[in-house]
Design a protein around this ligand. Structure first.
Ligand SMILES: [Zn+2]
Length: 309
């Protein structure tokens, strides 16, 4: 496919067309995204109610079943953040969901505040004593929320019509020497392409309008550098697509999806419980080098004079 399309000031080669949207490799943004980009009103309706209630009704139940794994995952991420920051401090979790990351941060001695648009998720966070603001992180919120050492955005940027605008707001609430920690799906990766181009699976990672943007390590780094953030540390999460290539096709079978998740969880918890988290890190570093991994996770500093990667 080599059609080009333009929409307002976005233009590029069309990679796919799904449900009335085109996915372009946008030359002005430097990453892949859908056009037309949905408007804020439509998105607010989706995220305030539908996403957690209708589209992801089992999310909290599954997270509670997985709470040991969530705690281990959050602890590992917080340790990686602390290594960069060289101390504990304050964290703003934008799109804090059901608060599993925040809860672990608080337990480990960080100060944590969240912002979350989904009403059910906020209710749950309040019920377990977490400090979460119900709403979206916009200019008004940024002006009044205070300053933080870390802004954490997990599975957020792929949903936003203006990810650069969001990162600019994050910069405004960061203390000097502060950093953003971003986790996004690592999409259009080689394993996905094998499944769709060579094995006939339709490109399942395209989910407009829920997913607007599609990043990988290089496009995320490019976006951050353009906004004067300095990448400090990169990691990935387990390349779940490997299960597809091992014959465990979870794409059309939620039970199989839970089974694959349980296997990944077992690997991570076994290595954590036996004190071998460093082995897991080594394994994941090699996957990251090869461009594999379900999520691309990037930590980037506000200042431009530190560089680790
Ligand atoms: Zn664009």
């Amino acid at each position: 496919m080599s059609d080009r399309k333009c929409w307002i000031d976005h233009s590029g080669i069309v990679l796919h067309s799904v449900d009335g949207f085109d996915i372009i490799h946008c030359e002005s943004c430097g990453f892949k995204h859908i056009i037309p980009i949905p408007d804020e009103e439509e998105l607010e309706r989706i995220y305030k109610h539908e996403y957690h209630v209708k589209d992801k009704p089992l999310m909290l139940q599954h997270q509670l079943e997985d709470k040991e794994w969530h705690a281990a995952t959050a602890t590992a991420r917080l340790e990686a953040i602390e290594k960069q920051l060289k101390r504990k401090g304050s964290i703003l979790d934008i799109g804090s969901g059901n608060g599993f990351f925040m809860k672990q941060a608080v337990e480990l001695g960080w100060q944590a505040k969240g912002v979350e648009p989904a009403d059910k998720a906020v209710e749950y966070c309040h019920s377990i004593g977490l400090d979460v603001i119900h709403g979206v992180f916009d200019q008004q919120c940024a002006d009044s929320i205070g300053k933080f050492d870390v802004v954490h955005l997990w599975e957020v940027l792929e949903h936003l019509p203006d990810p650069a605008g969001m990162l600019d707001l994050c910069r405004q609430v960061l203390n000097p020497g502060g950093m953003v920690v971003i986790g996004v799906p690592n999409d259009y990766n080689e394993l996905q392409k094998i499944m769709s181009e060579d094995l006939g699976e339709k490109p399942w990672w395209l989910a407009p309008p829920h997913h607007i943007n599609f990043f990988n390590r290089s496009s995320l780094e490019r976006l951050l550098r353009r906004l004067d953030f300095e990448p400090l540390h990169y990691e990935i999460t387990f390349p779940m697509e490997l299960f597809l290539l091992m014959g465990k096709n979870y794409l059309h079978d939620p039970d199989m999806g839970r089974e694959c998740h349980a296997m990944r969880k077992e690997l991570e918890l076994t290595l954590t419980r036996t004190g071998n988290r460093d082995v897991l890190d080594k394994l994941y570093e090699s996957f990251a080098e090869a461009g594999f991994g379900r999520h691309a996770v990037l930590m980037a500093g506000k200042t431009t004079n530190i560089r680790n990667i």
